[in-house]
Design a protein around this ligand. Structure first.
Ligand SMILES: *[C@@H]1O[C@H](CO)[C@@H](O)[C@H](O)[C@H]1NC(C)=O
Length: 281
């Protein structure tokens, strides 16, 4: 048991939020980073080359000048996200700082703490055994409201964006997840979005790394201060709240949000259910 100045919390592990996932025999192993869940590396290299070549030349040109030169106009300025606190509880929020531990739902085996390192697609991907050097998160929550949407802010951001959010996945047909669907979102640093917001365009590290402008949500977390569990809730485009699971794709590596980890596994041959625990620093 761990006491802090204002509250006491029980450090309980082994509480399975996500449905137990019966992982059958692995399909044919796929080379790391070549799973189809992210852009192919050749496309990524091409994008990075184009970006570095194009940036200095076109940075100061107006759209009219670009069009005269037969170049595409600048992307429209991003609408400022109307960010405000994730929840408006009557009681004041409590702020805590801690690490996030990932554990396999199937067998309660801890995988480790989320590291600061992103994969080459700008996604939160790596775990490490020690807290030392792992990413620290600030969490403002409402002890009486375990279902209130909350944000997780990185203490040591490794991208331009500092929230641990969800970004619509590369290989998805829609911006939604759900039972029977193989669509997914990925965990990555994002900007701040409103509580209960459906996916919206906003800054995110996946876009920064790949040029894929996919929609985001940041207030996807639900913190249970009794069990220290971090539940997750994706909001679909129609505002509905599909049961949301986190799966770890160790082959990539990456974390995905899925409405149906079995359907995801059947499609990709990858992914195992995990749950997240907030470990107070
Ligand atoms: C726990 O489950 C995961 C996911 O299925 C698997 O990869 C891992 O090897 C299992 N660990 C143990 C100790 O059984």
């Amino acid at each position: 048991m761990r006491f802090t100045l204002s509250f006491a919390v029980l450090c309980v592990s082994g509480v399975t939020l996500a449905a137990t996932f019966n992982n059958p025999t692995r399909a044919t192993p796929i080379a790391r980073g070549n799973t189809g869940l992210n852009p192919p590396r050749s496309v990524l290299v091409e994008y990075l080359n184009e970006r570095s070549a194009a940036a200095p030349r076109t940075a100061k040109l107006t759209n009219a000048e670009l069009l005269r030169r037969g170049l595409p106009p600048h992307a429209p300025a991003r609408r400022r996200l109307n960010a405000r606190p994730a929840t408006r509880s009557a009681l004041p929020g409590v702020t805590a700082c801690g690490y996030i531990r990932a554990t396999y739902s199937q067998n309660g085996t801890s995988i480790g703490y989320l590291s600061s390192q992103l994969n080459e697609f700008g996604e939160v991907a790596f775990v490490q055994a020690d807290q030392s050097g792992a990413q620290k998160f600030d969490l403002t929550y409402y002890p009486d409201s375990p279902n209130a949407p909350v944000n997780l802010k990185m203490r040591n951001p490794v991208a331009a964006e500092s929230y641990l959010g969800g970004v619509v996945g590369y290989d998805t047909a829609t911006d939604d997840i759900g039972y029977g669907s193989t669509d997914y979102s990925v965990l990555a640093p994002t900007g701040l979005t409103m509580a209960h917001s459906p996916p919206v365009y906003g800054p995110n590290a996946f876009n920064d790394a790949t040029g894929n402008d996919n929609k985001i949500e940041s207030a996807i977390w639900r913190y249970n201060a009794i069990y220290n569990t971090l539940g997750v809730q994706w909001i679909n485009t129609d505002g509905s709240e599909p049961t949301t699971h986190i799966a770890y794709v160790i082959e990539e590596p990456m974390f995905v949000l899925s409405g149906d980890v079995n359907a995801f596994y059947e499609n990709y041959g990858l992914g195992a259910s995990v749950y997240f625990t907030f470990v107070h620093a």
